[in-house]
Design a protein around this ligand. Sequence first.
Ligand code: ATP
Ligand code: MG
Length: 209
Amino acid sequence: MVIGVLNQKGGVGKTTLSVNIAAALARTGKRVLLIDADPQGSALDWAAAREEEPLFAVVGLPKPSIHKELTVVGEGYDHIVIDGPPRVTDLARSAIMASDIVLIPVQPSPYDIWAADEVVKLIQEASVFKENIKSFFVINRKIANTAIGRDVRDALGGYNIPTLKASIVQRVVFAEAAAVGKAIYEQDRDGIASQEIEAVVNELKENFT
Ligand SMILES: Nc1ncnc2c1ncn2[C@@H]1O[C@H](COP(=O)(O)OP(=O)(O)OP(=O)(O)O)[C@@H](O)[C@H]1O
Ligand SMILES: [Mg+2]
């Protein structure tokens, strides 16, 4: 399965989710490749910060030819996760074309809901060429028991893209894990944050046939 984690909006959690989804998939014994398609190279930075053995392979490919190179670059892997860039349209378009599933992290803020418009358009364009592409919103950095946390689901319902039932709460441990190049399940020792990531991965697997 090729999962593209994309949103033209910056700072929504693309890298955080990419790294942790890749780690959760690798944990089940699958061979996983994380493609860093962002010129900022954040996923590569994460890998470089790590002192332990790598959990999965990470390569930088911030080029608009990802969809063409994937068959060669992705050879031998069971799952590929693509960490998308903010703003750069040609890279995002290529990453979408390379994906079986596009996952769009969205924070519970009206600005994020409005900005999702851009990536939704790119997916619509790509689906002309790639009919069976699936896409889902995932709510990230949810703040428990706030009205905006509940409303975001309704607001996203305005787009023609479903929102995953699983969502990720705002937790400092995500940044703490990233700082030392660890997956959330290593830092959080199978706590609630790891369970949320597992739930996202399970829902993606259920939707991949
Ligand atoms: N669920 C969360 N709880 C707490 N902090 C989070 C969470 N998700 C992301 N963050 C933090 O928010 C910041 C932005 O996240 P991240 O870098 O993953 O976003 P991004 O979409 O990849 O950004 P960019 O568009 O710049 O690539 C980081 O500091 C990250 O640690
Ligand atoms: Mg990023």
